[in-house]
Write a protein that binds this ligand. Structure first.
Ligand SMILES: NC(=O)c1ccc[n+]([C@@H]2O[C@H](COP(=O)([O-])OP(=O)(O)OC[C@H]3O[C@@H](n4cnc5c(N)ncnc54)[C@H](OP(=O)(O)O)[C@@H]3O)[C@@H](O)[C@H]2O)c1
Length: 340
């Protein structure tokens, strides 16, 4: 099968198209024919080893000390089940699914096997394969931080810093779906996008400093590393939570966290993600309350170009790789996609 592989860390040109063996599902696995995947900041980090301050050594241990252990990137994907192992009961051939191998990667290929009880769920019928492929990386991160770690509830005021990115566009929509009042911080050219996905208010960080705005929030979710506690403290309400999606090792270790007496909390984490998060997002998508934002699409073989765009740090939502173009009838809005 065709796959995009890399054998050394570095710039986007370390990834290239190759022919690799097609995987065979074990008894408890399904074989997914992949139609779409994404290039995320997770792919960028694993490819470049450009990691948040303090995580360099740990990164090599995770991704491979002398070179990448998993040569095929791709944290999330959507496609169709082509075959199932003999013990599989939850899925059948022909099911349209999305999957989130996450840190196990392997989505930038024509096929991937997944355990049936792993990170795989039925594709929402109203999403294209490209949109379904982009459900998980930003969506599960935003959901886990907002719901599991911050306990978001209706009426909360939420500030999303980095509202136009992969995690940010999901966070704005998910926070809204919980009934929160959402302000998105973004640059001038993305203000309209952030409004269009449901933000009640927007702040243009090139013109205004959110920490001087006079407003205050119950939850601040920072995907950019630009809203540390020292800057956010005064605009966090009593009991407020700062969610550090992008932070240094020092922050993860608790250095610089407020004293308990302050009543404010800093939560820096890589949250645990389960298939329940994916199923929750699928239901939200089916209800029309979450739709992944697609910025650009590239054919699989142009993956290096997609990586170069993601490397700019300026993508809007998600960058999709089309692995196999199929005619997909999306419920509620027929949509033509070219054939291979
Ligand atoms: N902790 C975890 O478990 C976890 C999980 C997933 C991702 N992450 C990390 O989260 C980070 C964000 O990921 P992502 O996929 O959302 O990245 P992304 O899609 O590249 O988005 C980054 C966004 O940040 C915006 N931005 C840059 N500087 C800004 C500023 N000063 N104020 C407001 N917005 C600013 C950019 O918008 P403009 O062009 O408008 O500036 C861009 O849209 C990455 O570093 C990733 O490694 C962590």
């Amino acid at each position: 099968m065709k796959a995009i592989v890399y054998h050394r860390y570095g710039s986007p040109d370390v990834v290239s198209l190759a022919e690799v063996p097609k995987p065979v599902p074990k008894d408890n696995e399904v074989l997914i024919r992949i139609y779409a995947s994404t290039v995320t900041t997770g792919d960028w980090r694993a490819r470049s080893l450009d990691l948040p301050a303090g995580f360099g050594f740990m990164g090599r241990l995770v991704f491979g000390v002398f070179g990448p252990r998993q040569p095929i990137l791709g944290t999330e994907l959507a496609g169709e089940i082509e075959a199932v192992g003999r013990a599989v009961t939850r899925f059948k051939t022909g099911d349209q699914v999305f999957a989130f191998p996450g840190g196990k990667y392997g989505g930038h290929a024509e096929y991937r096997t997944m355990p049936e009880d792993g990170m795989i769920a039925l594709k929402p019928a109203n999403l294209s394969f490209e949109e379904a492929a982009a459900l998980s990386f930003g969506g599960t991160t935003a959901l886990a931080f907002l719901r599991d770690l911050a306990g978001i509830k209706a009426g909360d005021k939420v500030l999303v810093v980095g509202a136009s990115g992969g995690v940010g566009t999901a966070a704005v929509q998910i926070a809204r779906s919980f009934g929160a009042i959402v302000t998105g911080v973004t640059s001038t050219s993305n203000l309209e996008l952030v409004r269009s996905i449901g933000a009640d208010n927007v702040i243009d960080y090139t013109k205004e400093d959110f920490s001087q705005s006079g407003d205050s929030w119950d939850i601040i979710l920072d995907t950019t590393g630009t809203a540390p506690f020292a800057r956010s403290e005064r605009v966090l309400k009593p009991g407020g939570r700062l969610l550090v999606v992008l932070g240094s090792l020092a922050q993860a270790m608790g250095i610089g966290r407020p004293a308990k007496a302050s009543g404010k909390t800093v939560i820096a984490a890589v949250p645990k993600i389960t298939v329940e998060h994916m199923q929750f997002l699928a239901k939200l998508a089916e209800a029309g309350r979450f739709k992944p934002v697609i910025d650009r699409g590239y054919p699989l073989e142009n993956a290096a170009e997609a990586h170069a765009y993601v490397d700019t740090g300026r993508k809007r939502g998600n960058v999709v790789l089309t692995v196999r173009q199929v005619a997909a009838k999306v419920e509620g809005r027929p949509r033509a996609m070219a054939r291979n």
